[in-house]
Design a protein around this ligand. Structure first.
Ligand SMILES: Nc1ncnc2c1ncn2[C@@H]1O[C@H](COP(=O)(O)OP(=O)(O)OP(=O)(O)O)[C@@H](O)[C@H]1O
Ligand SMILES: Cc1ncc(COP(=O)(O)O)c(N)n1
Length: 265
């Protein structure tokens, strides 16, 4: 007997330590029972201490990755992660428009938690103008929401206004991950604004841990997996949020400094 699994795609950078980027996406797809495919855009060399080098894939190679997947697979949802620069965003946008990979979840990755830049500064405009309007769901963190809307966020009300602005800019549904800084807060809050106008906050406990690499990647990958399984957007977001909460809560000991979350939890 052959079992059928919904197929999902991550268009992202590979991170050698396995905690973030494409590796976090593929761990998540696997655990969420979707078959994971990948278009590698870049590779970073790093470990739990940080990122130490990176290279980007050549255009002809990325085009071939897209073509090979489109020729053979029936992908039901896709997500983007690290896209590095303007040229890369254009390549991804052109390929995504050329083929049918289902709804697109855009994780507008700009910088890692530990301060390594994953998007060149001059690429922000292309991300806003070309990629954002393709997003069925966009998943900025607090900092990315400020950059995308060009407005400082100081309050819940500012977050709600940023979400409205992101929808006006072309994203269909938005989840903005709230600010959470050790010592400043005992809870985390994500704000969701859906295409229908429905909006809500998802509150959860703050875990004071050094093991939270790849939380944003995993959240957007879990949303992608749940959409590939035909869940509606609200269900997909709620399931994904719970998935990441558990994966942070039940951390695993890998590496010596900033570790991964626990996808098995
Ligand atoms: N310390 C924490 N305790 C509880 N939940 C957390 C913690 N850190 C992140 N989260 C949750 O993880 C999810 C991802 O949020 P986060 O703000 O870390 O994304 P991100 O900054 O894009 O991540 P990344 O750095 O991996 O790109 C959100 O649902 C957020 O509430
Ligand atoms: C290739 C790559 N590496 C790292 C991250 C984020 O990392 P972090 O979760 O530490 O912010 C990412 N999105 N992509």
């Amino acid at each position: 007997m052959v079992n059928e699994f919904p197929q999902a795609l991550t268009i992202a950078g590979s991170d050698s330590d396995g905690s973030a980027g494409m590796q976090a996406d593929l761990h998540t797809f696997f655990v969420r029972k979707t078959y994971g495919t990948s278009v590698i855009t870049a590779c970073v060399a790093g470990n739990s201490y940080g990122i130490h080098d990176s290279v980007t894939m050549p255009e002809h190679f990325i085009n071939q990755e897209f073509k090979d997947l489109a020729d053979d697979f029936k992908i039901r949802a896709a997500k983007t992660g690290m896209l590095d620069d303007t040229n890369m965003i254009n390549i991804v946008v052109n390929n995504y428009k050329k083929y049918d990979f289902g709804p697109l979840i855009v994780d507008p990755v700009i910088v890692t938690k530990h301060g390594n830049m994953l998007l060149k500064q001059d690429a922000l405009k292309t991300l806003k103008d070309k990629l954002l309007p393709l997003a069925t769901v966009i998943t900025p963190n607090f900092y990315e929401a400020e950059k995308l809307t060009d407005k400082e966020i100081k309050s819940d009300n500012d977050i709600e206004e940023a979400a409205i602005k992101l929808i006006k800019m072309g994203a269909k549904n938005v989840i903005i991950k709230g600010k959470h800084i050790a010592g400043e807060t005992d809870k985390v809050r994500d704000y969701v604004l859906l295409e229908s106008g429905k909006n809500f906050w998802i509150d959860g406990p703050y875990y004071n841990t050094t093991h939270k690499n790849g939380t944003g990647d995993s959240l957007s990958a879990a949303i992608t997996a749940e959409i590939a399984k035909d869940n509606d957007i609200e269900q997909a977001i709620r399931i994904a949020d719970e998935y990441v909460d558990k994966a942070i809560k039940n951390g695993i000991e890998v590496g010596h400094k900033f570790g991964p979350i626990n996808h098995w939890s």
